[in-house]
Design a binder for this molecule. Structure first.
Ligand SMILES: Nc1ncnc2c1ncn2[C@@H]1O[C@H](COP(=O)(O)OP(=O)(O)OP(=O)(O)O)[C@@H](O)[C@H]1O
Ligand SMILES: Nc1ncnc2c1ncn2[C@@H]1O[C@H](COP(=O)(O)OP(=O)(O)OP(=O)(O)O)[C@@H](O)[C@H]1O
Lengths: 217, 217
């Protein structure tokens, strides 16, 4: 069981705090707003109303004792940077900081935040990718500039065919990793695996997989 | 080349608009704030200052002509719902709507939004997972209640060993999908692939993979 501190209970901070609690860890939640503290008090180990910019306050908490501290207030960039800076000075083991912009992210990197996240920005990029790919691509995660993991609906041209017959790796450099069929999941299917309509395929492929899929039909 | 409309240029909306432009598509950006419109005007096909709640305004734009419309203003839940509702009435082909909370998301689903996203909430869950897994897990994507795709640093116990020798699938149901070594990526490595220190492994495995990895050492 781990111990975590979450500073700032916006949509992101609240989600981190609740998820950590749901996994059985201890969470100290801090926010400047009394209302937010009231809302979350019953769901976390401890909830404290305070201005995290107040150096006395941060010193009074044993920040070095937590497995990680999450700085999840971002609109006030000055507060976010000062708090991250002070946590570093107090010996916090691991600091996750939410950034408001790419530039803000670079400052956080320089002052030693261990993980910097841009929830809205990253999600914006993913949505732009999902919108512009043919609707058949349901999700993707970038592996390298040229390859990604894609999750897509099995194209018409696959139905009734086996993985061996389709020879996807040799023809299109598509490597099928797993297939979801309803609740069942087939990991690393063999050459004799036959596709049905409605199968969801998870595969590694080149970035232009969409063009390939529409060719196969 | 597609045509997209983005209503609301917060961190998320701006990211969607800029990413779509970078991929060579056309983007109409709408925001109530003149300042936001000025900032983005040079980077999108067209930028219009307007209150999206104004029914006359939405009717005057050919919303049905866009491949997708993104409703990326979320703090004003009423505006977000009314705009989504009206877009549906105007025949928008595909609506992506940002939700402020789980409940708001349910309302959007009921009124017919095609894709509902919770950027901060989803990222909060991911961060909570990454924080509580041993630092060796760098990223993960859930496939089913029991399996996920994990990205992790090759454990000490793998170095100098081949995939065949380690026999990971039989022993631990871990299926190595790809290995990243610096800029290079090896897709679906064969049994003779030997691991080096610093390799990053992408594999499908059971949710308790962390316990397994620390056993291997
Ligand atoms: N100095 C501070 N000390 C403690 N809490 C603070 C401070 N400043 C802001 N907060 C709190 O941090 C939370 C998040 O604030 P902020 O608006 O900066 O984040 P945000 O990036 O918009 O959040 P999200 O997008 O996750 O909803 C709010 O609940 C706010 O009360
Ligand atoms: N009725 C409206 N018509 C057009 N634009 C609007 C309207 N209401 C708000 N906006 C704009 O939408 C943008 C995003 O607003 P909002 O604060 O709701 O989103 P947010 O969820 O906090 O954004 P993010 O987290 O992506 O930064 C702002 O730029 C705001 O000016």
């Amino acid at each position: 069981m781990g111990q975590y501190a979450v500073i700032g209970l916006g949509r992101f901070g609240e989600s981190v705090a609740r998820s950590l609690m749901a996994m059985g860890h201890e969470v100290l939640a801090i926010d400047i707003s009394e209302e937010k503290i009231q809302e979350i008090a019953d769901f976390v180990t401890e909830a404290v109303r305070a201005d995290a910019k107040n150096e006395e306050f941060l010193r009074s908490m044993d920040m070095a004792g937590f497995d990680a501290v999450v700085v999840s207030m971002a609109q006030d960039i000055e507060a976010n940077i000062l708090v991250t800076m002070q946590l570093k000075g107090l010996g916090a083991k691991y600091i996750v900081a939410k950034a408001q912009s790419q530039l803000h992210g670079e400052v956080l990197e320089r002052i030693g935040a261990d993980k910097i996240i841009h929830p809205e920005w990253d999600m914006g990029e993913r949505i732009a990718h999902l919108l512009t790919s043919s609707r058949s691509i349901m999700d993707y995660i970038e592996l390298s500039p040229h390859y990604s993991i894609f999750e897509f609906l099995s194209p018409q041209g696959f139905h009734g065919q086996s993985l061996g017959q389709l020879d996807l790796r040799a023809k299109y450099s598509i490597s099928v990793l797993a297939v979801k069929r309803g609740e069942e999941i087939f990991i690393a299917p063999g050459g004799d695996f036959t596709f049905y309509e409605g199968d969801i395929i998870i595969a590694i492929g080149p970035k232009d997989i969409e063009g390939t899929l529409s060719q196969i039909g």
